[in-house]
Design a protein around this ligand. Sequence first.
Ligand SMILES: [Zn+2]
Length: 371
Amino acid sequence: MKSEHELILQTEIGEKFNREIKALMASREESSIFRTPCTSPSAMWLQEQTKSLSDEDLSNFFDWYLHVLPFAYKLYVEDNEYDDEYFGVNGEYTDEIQSIHRRTEDFWTDSRAEGDVGEISLFSAHGSDLADREKLIQTLELLFDDSFDEYSVEDLADDIQELIERLPGRYDYPLLTFNAFATDAMGPDEASIIIGDGYFQFQKDSGVESEGPEYAHTHEYSHHLQFLLQADELNDKVSDQSAKKQELMADAFSAYFLAHDSGGDMTSEEISNVNTIAYSVGDCEITNDSHHGTPSQRKCATIWGSSLADSDSGRTLKLQDVANQFETWYAKIDEMDDSCDYPTQSSSARSGSLSTWLVTTAAASVTAILF
Ligand SMILES: [Zn+2]
């Protein structure tokens, strides 16, 4: 089945999710592939969430784009009533998301930061929208208009609703909405951020519910800041592994804001949780062009961003200056070890212990094997 709305299929976690779930389907008998040599908490969580599904249901879930439908409905079908948006299955994250949105806007539109992206609308995605047959059919018609013949859109809607009834949690099954992204797909003046309930559920299950929503929002907001910086060169940004750089930069901008006295003003303990959630969304498919950075690299990006904010003490860098400093940091990203250190350069400087020497030497050997 082919979609006319390719854009919606290439989303924040969507692409990565697609690859991971394909790998999951291929590897149900050898689950150890997720464990070495790099472990992605989000891939492990995905695996856990799909454990009770039959092979056929898992396959149909993916083929029918069930993980995309709630987002497509929200962005393309629903009449946009911004005031009615709630975040989380029961609206439990609404205040948090709205509050961090206001603070993010205040910080980046400040004349000193010069990151004014204009008005950004906030949207949520809920699996429960698919329980409404009319909404579901409208969404399916929009995405798969040319695909129906004797097997009608009503038939597909029936099959989809029957499948969802078999899922754990039914319409609240988190993989229906395990995604978040920044888009201006609804029109040139309609910049928006959309966050699915499943993303919040993943954060809750990962034990970082307290700062997770702030990270999710500010990471997506940072993609809008990137659009601002890269307006003229976006078309050139399809080169190898550009996704990795964009994701790590969004993590860095996010942590810069969250740690900054004039921004999120988070404590070091809160930032530590942010580092953990950034780590959890890293993936291990380092040779793939759409790789988003390993768990360690994503954690290192938030550590770097928050350190930059700490060193600011009382001033706010311009967005372009943060970006320039990020470029310098990113240039050596592949030399960095899991502790965000540069083992090949620093081993002689460390007049340290035997164990430190062993660790750095081992890391350097791994780097040599990989590259
Ligand atoms: Zn991103």
